[in-house]
Design a protein around this ligand. Sequence first.
Ligand SMILES: *Cc1c(COP(=O)(O)O)cnc(C)c1O
Length: 431
Amino acid sequence: MCAYELTEDSMYNDGNKPPEWKDYKWHLKHSITTVETFEKATGIKLKNKQEIKKTLEKFPLSITPYYLSLVDKENYEVDPIYKQAFPDPRELRVARNDMSDPLHEDSDSVVEGITHRYPDRVLFTVSNKCSMYCRHCTRKRKVGDRDYIPSKKTIEKGIRYIEKTPEVRDVLLSGGDPLLLSDEYLDWILSRIKKIPHVEVIRIGTRIPAVLPFRITDELVTVLKKHQPLWINTHFNHPRELTDSAKEVLNRLADAGFPLGNQAVLLAGVNDCPRIIKSLMQKLVQNRVRPYYLYQCDLSKGLSHFRTTISKGIEIIEHMRGHTSGFAVPTYVIDAPGGGGKIPVGPNYLISWATNKVVLRNYEGVITTYKEPDSYEPVFCDRKCRDCKLQLNLEKAKEEETLGLVKLLSHYDETYSLTPQDNTRSKRNKG
Ligand SMILES: *Cc1c(COP(=O)(O)O)cnc(C)c1O
C-alpha cells in the first residue's frame, strides 16, 4: 500500500524523508488510515488495538505523514498532536448531552450546503474532503462520508441561493477543507461567487496550513489572489503546529495580501492551559495571523473527552487580556447548541454602576471608576436617517430588520421584552 516503505522508528526523521516530502499529493496518497500503517510508520506498539479498530469503524482515521511527523513518539500518549489526530476509544462514549448536529447546520440549511444563520452572511460547505480527520471535528457526523461530495450541480444551487438573497454580503467557504479542492474547481467556485454584486467579501476556513502546508503551492496562491478581498482563517490549536513549513506558508499568504485569522478550539489535554494558548497566540501574531476565535468544544457526539468547563476558557482569557498584546487575544465563544450562533464569553470587567458612574476592574485587579458625562445629549433614533443631525450617508446601505437585543435597546420599536416561545408563564396565562 505504501510505496515509500517506512522502517520501524523511521518516523520521517530528516534523513528518512522521501524526496517527495514537499509534494502535497504524496502526502494525500500516503495518509495513514489504518492502525497497522500507523504502527509501522511510528514504531509505536498500540496497547488497545482492538478498541481503536472499533472506534475507526464509526469514526475513520486519516493523518498526513507531515502531521504524523510532528508527534513526539516517546511520549505519544500525552502528545497534543497525537491526540488531535489519532482515535481514542472514548469517542464511542456518548455523553448525556451529546448531539449529532448541535449547531443545527443541517436542519437550518436553506439549500444543500448553505447555512444562513446570521442576517448578512452564510456558511457554504463546498468540500467534504479533509487531509486529516481531526478527532475533535465539530462535523464528526460527516467525516469520511463518501456520499457528501458536493457536485457542481449542488454548488450551483448554493450559488443561486446567494444570488437571490441580496442581504448576503459575506460568504464563508468551509467543508471539509475548501483548499483540498483542485485549483480549477476552487477558481470556478470563487469566480462564481465573486460575480454576485452584493457579495462584498469571501472567507475560507481551512486547516491546511496546520496539517498539510505543502498544499499552499504558488499556483494555488495565484488562483486565490484573483479573488480578493479574500480572508483566510486557519485552525492552529497548539504552538507545536507552527513548524517552519507552516510559518513559511503563513508568511507567503500574508505577503500575497490575504488577511489571516485563526480559529482555535479549546481542547482538554491538548491546549487547556493559559501558557499554551498564550504561546500559540503570540506565535500566530509573529506570523501575521490575528487570533480570531477560541471555541468552546461543541456538543457533537464523540467529543466528550475533549470538553473543558467554560471556566477554563474564561481563566485563559483572564491570563491574556491586559497581559499581552490586545491583537493576540482571541474572542472566546460558545457556539450555541440549537443553532443560536456564536456567543462571546469572558471575564467580567464591569463591576457595578450608578447614575453617571461605572465601576470597573482591570487585569491587575485595580478597581476604578469611570465618570460618565453629565451633559451627554443622546440622539433619540427614530430611524429617519435622512433628517438625522449625524448626517449618516446611507447611500447604498441596506435597511436591516431590527433584531434581538437591538430591538429592546431601540427608541423606535415598542418591544419591551423578548419571551421564549414555550415560556410556561405565558402559556398558562393564555390558557
Ligand atoms: C461561524 C459562522 C458564521 C460566521 O460568523 P462570524 O462571527 O461572522 O465569523 C456564519 N455562519 C455560520 C453558520 C457560522 O457557524
